[in-house]
Design a protein around this ligand. Sequence first.
Ligand SMILES: NC(=O)c1ccc[n+]([C@@H]2O[C@H](COP(=O)([O-])OP(=O)(O)OC[C@H]3O[C@@H](n4cnc5c(N)ncnc54)[C@H](OP(=O)(O)O)[C@@H]3O)[C@@H](O)[C@H]2O)c1
Length: 242
Amino acid sequence: MHDKKVALITGANKGIGFETARQLGQRGMTVLVGARDAERGEAAAKRLREEGLDARFVRLDVTDGATIDAAAKWIERELGRLDVLVNNAGIVVDQQKPSECNLDDVRKVYDANVFGVIAVTQAMLPLLRRSAPHARIVNVSSGLGSFALQTDPRSPYASINILGYNSSKAALNMVTVQFAKELRDTGIKVNAADPGYTATDLNNNSGTQTVAEGTEASVKLATLDDDGPTGGYFDRMGPVPW
Ligand SMILES: NC(=O)c1ccc[n+]([C@@H]2O[C@H](COP(=O)([O-])OP(=O)(O)OC[C@H]3O[C@@H](n4cnc5c(N)ncnc54)[C@H](OP(=O)(O)O)[C@@H]3O)[C@@H](O)[C@H]2O)c1
């Protein structure tokens, strides 16, 4: 039996996902670098191994059920269980006004940011249950998915009207709550993380936080004690209003 904790991070070849894998690796976990592109994923895992971490590439496109199933089978065969799942992969496509955005673009965003998270969570749950009550699921959401912040004129997020992305993250928040309620009795904790506005390729590196700062919430929620929260929504400073 593999003695280290095992964490799978989707979209871990760069940005916040890569840094999450690094930091969980630094905490002694075996980190599975999920990536849809083999070359980028292998390169990221190799970089972490060169830093002395136990990192392995797993091909995983969150919009492709065959790669999700293959990843779950591989993890079962190689490691036998999963302790942490960080649903980090996410995209933004539509930037136009809601009245003008392309519906196919909105669907693409939902495929990755919402349906992808549901599919990966369902596929990995049997492996996570083997580590109950200590297993943790982190869904990487965004402050832009908060109804409270979107409707508060004092919030800097109130003026950011990206229909597909913002509504996908609001949906992901509810997905988080639904899984948390189902799993409450198992001890498996499911929480939504808001990284905060972080400089990555997602926003052409315009974010005001460093990637290390943007990773804090995910790492905290991935390493919660057994008396920690479930079904919540947190940034690195604490709870975010729904
Ligand atoms: N940066 C911010 O300010 C910010 C704020 C709030 C929330 N977030 C959230 O944080 C998460 C990470 O974003 P980031 O800022 O680190 O962006 P990023 O640098 O663009 O990284 C996104 C990652 O997701 C991967 N990905 C996209 N579609 C995928 C798919 N279908 N299957 C598997 N992987 C896929 C990308 O892979 P490729 O390299 O193959 O494209 C990449 O590894 C996202 O969920 C994002 O919504 C970011």
